[in-house]
Design a protein around this ligand. Structure first.
Ligand SMILES: C[S@@+](CC[C@H](N)C(=O)[O-])C[C@H]1O[C@@H](n2cnc3c(N)ncnc32)[C@H](O)[C@@H]1O
Length: 332
């Protein structure tokens, strides 16, 4: 079976949500999914799919998303040494593990980001009991699992690269994910989920957008009236005014960072586009405790992005950004 077919065979949108979505929107989403699924059949995915396919389906009784920093899936005692080796191989194929940590059958994955720090900052604001939640830029799904501590009725994670499907596919080998789904859909199309979500996580994505205003408008459209979005973004703390930094080329070595707001601009871009600020959760410096190189990451990390001559600047000489967290409500 092709991976596109595996991705498309889950019919939960039609089965559970057809009355929540306009018919033409649901049709467009299904058409878009079909189109986007094509990347799952490119030969290049074999680097993930082959080692993961070796791993048998082992339904585990250990799925713990609450008692530690890690998402813990599976107990080493449940599996043979042969399967353990296959699991390690599969996990290694998914390097770089950006967010986490995770623990699979006793294998601890120390991801680049210690995302428990982010979770600790946001957890008191995750008022999602019985709500439909979306996680935009879900990556490997760490925050979808942590959201389970807050009893949402349903979670959909959105991301755009083929590799993120395979983290989800791997997890499905071990645990049932009835109310957690992964979609290969960009935030560019989130507006097709018109008036659908009660709550959205939008963390670490805004500065990657070429057209951040359009993105905020689309997020607004995807929320029900009174729905909320929890936003986390890099901000340039030094700038008092409502301005965005537009890097000349790279920013902290990344080529895909386009607009970095000041704190005021982050509030403004949401408030000018249908939201009301509910709360500034906080503004925090980047820290090498939170983002660092580990054996589960094969790329450079924060330490390499800071200017060695002046740690208040990026390697390119821009002010070192901080990270701001804020909660906005869609206006009635
Ligand atoms: C910096 S990571 C943030 C991950 C996680 N949300 C967090 O806060 O730790 C940005 C994520 O957004 C995803 N992303 C980038 N462009 C996107 C888009 N157009 N739609 C949805 N996700 C996107 C990336 O693939 C990546 O997984």
């Amino acid at each position: 079976m092709k991976y596109s077919e595996i991705y498309l065979e889950d019919n939960y949108l039609k089965e559970n949500f057809s009355e929540y979505l306009k018919k033409e929107n649901l049709d467009s989403i299904l058409k878009l999914k079909k189109e986007n699924a094509k990347i799952l059949d490119y030969p290049s995915i074999e680097r993930f799919s082959k080692p993961i396919e070796e791993i048998p389906n082992i339904k585990t009784s250990l799925f713990d998303y609450s008692s530690s920093k890690s998402i813990i899936i599976g107990d080493r005692k449940e599996i043979s040494f042969e399967d353990y080796k296959k699991i390690i191989n599969g996990l290694k194929a998914l390097i770089p593990w950006r967010i986490g940590p995770f623990e699979y059958f006793g294998v601890f994955i120390d991801s680049e980001w210690n995302s428990f720090i982010k979770y600790s900052i946001i957890k008191d604001y995750l008022d999602v009991k019985d709500k439909i939640v979306g996680d935009i830029g879900t990556n490997n799904g760490y925050f979808m699992f942590k959201l389970l501590n807050h009893n949402p009725s349903f979670i959909i994670g959105f991301d755009v690269l083929d590799r993120y499907f395979f983290y989800y596919y791997l997890n499905k080998k071990f645990i049932k994910l009835n109310n957690i789904k992964f979609e290969l859909i960009s935030v560019d199309n989130i507006d097709l989920f018109e008036n659908f979500f009660d709550y959205l996580l939008f963390m670490g994505v805004l500065y990657h957008r070429r057209n951040p205003v359009d993105t905020v408008v689309k997020i607004n459209k995807a929320l029900k009236k009174g729905g909320r979005v929890l936003v986390e973004s890099m901000v340039i703390d030094e700038y008092e005014e409502s301005v965005f930094l537009f890097p000349e080329s790279r920013f902290m070595k990344a080529i895909n960072v386009w607009f970095i707001p000041s704190k005021k601009a982050l509030i403004n871009i949401f408030e000018r586009n249908g939201f009301k600020l509910e709360e500034i959760i906080g503004v925090f410096p980047h820290s090498v405790n939170e983002q660092r190189n580990t054996p589960w990451v094969n790329t450079q990390s924060l330490r390499d992005f800071i200017n060695p001559k002046d740690p208040t600047k990026t390697i390119e000489g821009y002010p070192l950004p901080k990270r701001m967290y804020a909660l906005f409500r869609k206006k009635k």
